[in-house]
Ligand binder design. Structure first.
Ligand code: CTP
Ligand code: CA
Length: 222
């Protein structure tokens, strides 16, 4: 049957993707959440699978179908996401698109009651999955982070890339209606020149990024 010509240049590669938000419980019925639809990360997982990669997609709470050919691991909290990422290793590349909650709160075992007044939440910092992966013995050869910024997008991403120890940062300007939307405008920040891509549907951004990853991994093999 004619399946159409599709580059399988990621065949034999294992690529880890995180996507969506994390939810940090306050009590059994309430959470602190980050704003993320998961669309861009899911599109990237699908695009990598279409090029032949084995894809492990660690997904926070989203309402999206699993892309064809992708192994999906559902999690809720940042700590669960970190554990699932570590379980999925080793990987040839990792693309961490998830909007991880930076903090969690000491959660109550039973439901807080309104009559008791606004709760005093005790905050703790969550583990940084990307920075941890960058510093680990299992570091994927290509480590890609995302950064949603509203101001000084490229400058913030350059600083973030060095601070986190990843290879590329895909910086997106979320000052418009990107969150939950269908389109994205990104800048690829690496050790070389910054590439600014024109605004495009999230699945187009995903395909381009998958292609760039395939080219990079193929070159690194030579
Ligand atoms: N990230 C992560 N674990 C965290 C926080 C962030 O893995 N606890 C990853 C995200 O998936 C993303 C990258 O790190 O790939 C950048 O996330 P971002 O929130 O922009 O970075 P922060 O260091 O948390 O900086 P900020 O203060 O701007 O939120
Ligand atoms: Ca953050």
């Amino acid at each position: 049957a004619a399946t159409g010509a599709r580059p399988a240049d990621l065949a034999g590669r294992h690529i880890l993707v995180t996507a969506g938000p994390t939810h940090e419980p306050i009590d059994p019925v309430r959470v602190i959440a980050n704003r993320s639809s998961g669309k861009q990360g899911f599109a990237i997982a699908g695009a990598l699978a279409r090029r032949g990669a084995r894809v492990s997609l660690v997904a926070g709470p989203v309402s999206l179908p699993t892309p064809a050919g992708v192994d999906r691991i559902d999690v809720e909290t940042a700590e669960q996401m970190k554990a699932a990422v570590e379980t999925a290793l080793p990987a040839d590349a990792a693309v961490l698109v998830a909007a991880v909650a930076d903090w969690r709160v000491e959660s109550a075992g039973s439901k807080l009651k309104k009559a008791d007044g606004p709760p005093q939440l005790r905050w703790t910092e969550n583990p940084d999955i990307l920075a941890g992966l960058a510093a680990s013995d299992d570091r994927p050869a290509l480590l890609v982070g995302f950064a949603a910024e509203t101001q000084n997008v490229v400058e913030a991403a350059k600083t973030k890339r060095l601070r986190k120890g990843c290879d590329w940062i895909v910086a997106n300007d979320v000052s418009g209606d990107v969150m939950g939307g269908e389109r994205n405008r990104v800048h690829i920040v690496s050790s070389g020149e910054v590439e600014s891509w024109e605004e495009a549907p999230k699945d187009v951004v995903a395909s381009r990024l998958a292609e760039r990853i395939a080219i990079h991994l193929t070159r690194a093999d030579r």
